[in-house]
Design a protein around this ligand. Structure first.
Ligand SMILES: *Cc1c(COP(=O)(O)O)cnc(C)c1O
Length: 377
């Protein structure tokens, strides 16, 4: 890798393998049986990852991940149903914005930038407002990197008969999720996150029986999961032009996911990347936004050093010149930046990015002060 072809330490698009890139060198007909078999195999694999083969169906959707979130909220929740959106960052906020744009009733529990929603407070809100019949939340909130606890909230929703819609965009594929422990109505993710495909489509694992009742819910023609599923069931094809190259690349990426040991294998690699990165950054004098217990293996937010010579734009360029793309912060309250661990990254790249960060700081004349704690709190 080089300045022209840097490693992406970002939460998708991310660095893909050569085999995944090479899978895109052929052209495919969208009606062709071989291509349709590939779509079906992708769906089988993803359902197996969540242990949801018997209860859920796979529905892919063209576009970036947000298109699938919008399709899921629009199709799986009826127009008059009220949704409770649990927010602790930008992606939770985005679900609220989608509901607002569609004119759907919703309420928000907003925990700010770095606190996780708790099952007790969700329970109280559901008891206080019986009109709420769906709960939507994010699994790994990529804006801070926090890994939310979802199992108890999902089980509560099932016990109370509420829908549970999970944006697991940046977690599914690397964080274990089993429909028995986390009874979700729908799980949403996309091709270019932990499964390490290229961008082009997202997908929803939707509860089969529930989906049967969702005809006519969607306010959108193209983002209608019910119609996409019906059409696929009848023809084996996507309803409108599929991102063929992205789908075959994803199929190739899933082969590598399986070879790495599936979800558990990928988790191991991302976690060891994260541990190496955070240890190294703390040794340099950086602090993480979150305490260790909330850190995900996906992406970590670091606070910008308390030195006026630190300038993120300059820092970004200096790190990029050494072959790494990092990510700006997405916090409302403090200066920060993020470094991701997902994609084709191994200990070698983590060590090299630590050197790049150190070089960039000394080029800016930033003095890093090491402290015992290494955490914001
Ligand atoms: C990446 C991501 C999305 C989708 O973002 P797009 O830019 O539309 O692909 C949604 N939710 C979370 C938590 C994400 O990390």
């Amino acid at each position: 890798m080089s300045k022209e072809n840097p490693f992406l330490l970002t939460p998708g698009p991310l660095t893909t393998s050569m085999a995944t890139k090479q899978a895109m060198l052929n052209d495919w007909g969208s009606w062709d049986a071989d291509f349709n078999r590939i779509t079906a195999e992708v769906g089988d694999y993803l359902l197996r990852c969540a242990n949801a083969v018997h209860t859920h169906v796979f529905i892919p959707m063209q576009g970036s991940g947000t298109f699938s979130v919008e399709a899921a909220l629009g199709t799986l929740i009826a127009p008059k149903q009220k949704t409770l959106v649990l927010c602790n960052g930008a992606y939770g906020q985005r679900m609220a914005t989608i509901l607002k744009t569609m004119g759907r009733p919703y309420v928000v529990l907003d925990k700010g930038d770095f606190e996780a929603p708790q099952v007790d407070e969700v329970h109280e809100l559901l008891l206080a407002d019986p009109e709420i019949s769906a709960v939507a939340m994010v699994h790994c909130e990529t804006s801070s990197g926090i890994l939310n606890e979802i199992d108890d909230i999902a089980s509560l929703c099932r016990a109370l008969g509420k829908l549970f819609i999970l944006d697991s965009m940046s977690a599914f594929g690397a964080i274990d999720i089993d429909v028995i422990n986390t009874p979700f109505t729908a799980l949403i993710s996309s091709a270019n996150k932990c499964f390490e495909g290229v961008p082009g489509f997202g997908f929803v694992l939707a509860h089969k029986q529930h989906l049967q009742h969702c005809k006519g819910n969607s306010p959108s023609l193209s983002l209608d999961l019910y119609e996409q599923y019906q059409y696929m069931g009848k023809t084996g094809q996507w309803r409108f032009t599929p991102p063929t190259h992205s789908v075959v690349a994803f199929h190739k990426a899933l082969e590598q996911h399986r070879e790495e040991g599936g979800v558990a294998g990928r988790f191991e690699r991302y976690l060891s990347n994260r541990i190496r990165l955070v240890q190294g950054m703390r040794a340099l004098g950086f602090k993480t936004l979150l305490e260790d217990r909330w850190l995900s293996p996906i992406i970590t937010t670091f606070l910008s050093p308390d030195d006026e010579r630190f300038d993120f734009q300059q820092f970004y360029q200096l790190v990029k010149q050494q072959g790494f793309i990092i990510y700006p912060g997405k916090l409302t309250q403090c200066e920060s930046f993020r470094i991701g661990n997902i994609g084709q990254l191994y200990s070698e790249q983590i060590d090299a990015v630590l050197v790049a960060v150190q070089n960039a700081c000394s080029q800016m004349g930033v003095v890093l002060v090491k402290t015992e704690e290494g955490v914001n709190q």
